[in-house]
Design a protein around this ligand. Structure first.
Ligand code: HSE
Length: 326
């Protein structure tokens, strides 16, 4: 007989729906693999179009966070509200109450990592954020555990789906920057304010998290040298193509021999021989240059409902497994 673990979702926008779908579409598979039945008990959401979307039963919805926070049956909370507040307060309250927290909120994790880490350590409540970097790509898990025995010499990545989509459409279909951005917004890739995407802020947040994971070094996103893609023209793309390159918004970090870290976010001509050259549309990819394993290249969908929902659901399952065994 499987054990039932109850969780709550805070927010039911694009990623909230994807998280719910991953948990329900694959419910039997999840139970077979974990021995657990993960049940979404409550969803915090007030927007009628989300409540009535038909994706989740209306009786799951509440507008009162205390119903979730004070429910001892709920062992984990998925923060998918976005923005800074009330997301941060809700997460800290949940961790203080001993509930696990998972989030795709890269801006918040990058800005307040230490607060969440401390809160999680205090009560022992797990805190996970796989969906914050690279959408569906399990890059945090790979850096943290799968490549435990390695030192990372360098990290290079395309970690923003919106900008990669825009650059691909401009390059391959001669689409205008504005039209490509409109499409990325319509597909649910872009942030509420797409300035964060196109000016490289979102990429800097994700690079900050990658550097924390790889080296335990915290460089605030505001201190990462950053150039966005709003100044990239079709002429730039054509000139790069003549040199057998494609311009990509590249996040890069390197540990120098003196132990310091050099990092940047900027449009960069990527040569054909680099695997990042072939990463198109909303796909993301991360190239980890390791001292033992050599190069590891991870690629997958970096944005969108189901891919990001998959990473969120996997984090929820992981924390439930952790909680179920202790
Ligand atoms: N706006 C982000 C992107 C969403 O385009 O990659 C996923 O983090």
């Amino acid at each position: 007989m499987e054990k039932v673990m109850k969780v709550a979702l805070l927010g039911f926008g694009t990623v909230g729906k994807g998280t719910y779908r991953s948990l329900t579409v694959n419910a039997e598979e999840i139970t077979r693999r974990t021995g657990l039945r993960i049940e979404v008990k409550k969803i915090l959401e007030k927007k009628p179009e989300a409540i009535n979307s038909g994706v989740a039963p209306v009786e799951l919805f509440t507008q009162d966070y205390n119903e979730i926070l004070n429910d001892p049956e709920i062992v984990a909370v998925a923060e998918i509200l976005g923005g800074r507040e009330p997301a941060a307060t809700f997460m800290l309250q949940a961790l203080a109450a001993g509930k696990a927290v998972v989030t795709p909120n890269k801006a918040l994790v990058a800005a307040r990592y230490e607060d969440f880490r401390e809160a999680s350590e205090k009560t022992g409540a797990p805190f996970r954020y796989e969906a914050a970097v690279g959408g569906a790509i399990p890059v945090i898990e790979v850096i943290r555990h799968s490549l435990w025995a390695n030192h990372f010499n360098k990290i290079q990545g395309i970690v923003n789906g919106t900008t990669n989509y825009i650059l691909t459409k401009m390059d391959e279909e001669n689409m205008s920057y504005e039209e490509a951005l409109r499409q990325a917004q319509a597909k649910g890739f872009a942030e509420q304010d797409p300035t964060a995407d196109v000016e490289g802020i979102d990429t800097a947040n994700k690079l900050c998290i990658l550097m924390l994971e790889a080296w335990g070094v915290y460089i605030p996103p505001t201190e990462i040298p950053r150039v966005g893609i709003s100044g990239v023209t079709k002429a730039d793309l054509e000139a790069a193509a003549k040199d057998h390159c494609r311009i990509k918004l590249i996040a890069e970090a390197e540990m120098l021999p003196d132990g310091s870290v050099k990092c940047s976010v900027k449009p960069t001509p990527v040569p054909q021989e680099n695997p990042l050259y072939g990463v198109r549309n909303e796909f993301n990819a991360i190239l980890l240059r390791c001292n033992m394993a050599d190069d590891i290249f991870l690629q997958g969908r970096g944005a969108g409902q189901d891919p990001t929902g998959s990473a969120m659901a996997s984090d929820l399952i992981a924390v439930c497994v952790e909680k179920a065994c202790c």
